[in-house]
Ligand binder design. Structure first.
Ligand code: CA
Ligand code: CA
Ligand code: CA
Length: 141
């Protein structure tokens, strides 16, 4: 019994440390963006209760600047970590230079906007933003 405790104790502790580390790492990706009045206020400056493509483009451009940590005008895989997966970056990068410029980034945003616009009226409601496709878009803006 004593032997078992001395061997399994450290192993258990190590397991807990690894487990806790994984939890912390997993959190940003798993954390859901809260779609509430405050978010709508940010995304809907003309206050018509919906988010149109222009509003999304504006939000995407400011998010792009925020993500572009080294201010070189493009987003590389490191800067896009947690925003777009590797495969998604590749799909969004027609000139294949491994980075997304603002045009390439905006093209992804527009595609995701259209996907989230369930009734195709060119506007996203709070419900659209709360949907799975809406949340995908929110990661980019
Ligand atoms: Ca609006
Ligand atoms: Ca950059
Ligand atoms: Ca590119």
């Amino acid at each position: 019994m004593f032997f078992r405790l001395t061997t399994s104790g450290p192993m258990l502790a190590l397991g807990l440390v690894i487990g806790a580390g994984a939890l912390v790492l997993a959190q940003p990706a798993a954390a859901k963006i809260k779609v509430d009045a405050a978010l709508m206020q940010t995304l809907d400056p003309d206050k018509d209760g919906t988010v149109d493509l222009n509003e999304v483009r504006t939000a995407a451009a400011s998010e792009f600047r925020k993500l572009d940590k080294d201010n070189d005008g493009t987003l590389d895989a490191k800067e896009l970590k947690g925003v777009l997966k590797k495969g998604a970056i590749k799909n969004a990068d027609p000139d294949n230079d491994g980075t997304l410029d603002l045009n390439e980034y905006t093209a992804v945003v527009e595609k995701d906007f259209k996907a989230a616009d369930h009734n195709n009226d060119g506007k996203l409601t709070e419900a659209d933003l709360k949907s799975k496709k809406g949340r995908k878009l929110l990661k980019l803006i």
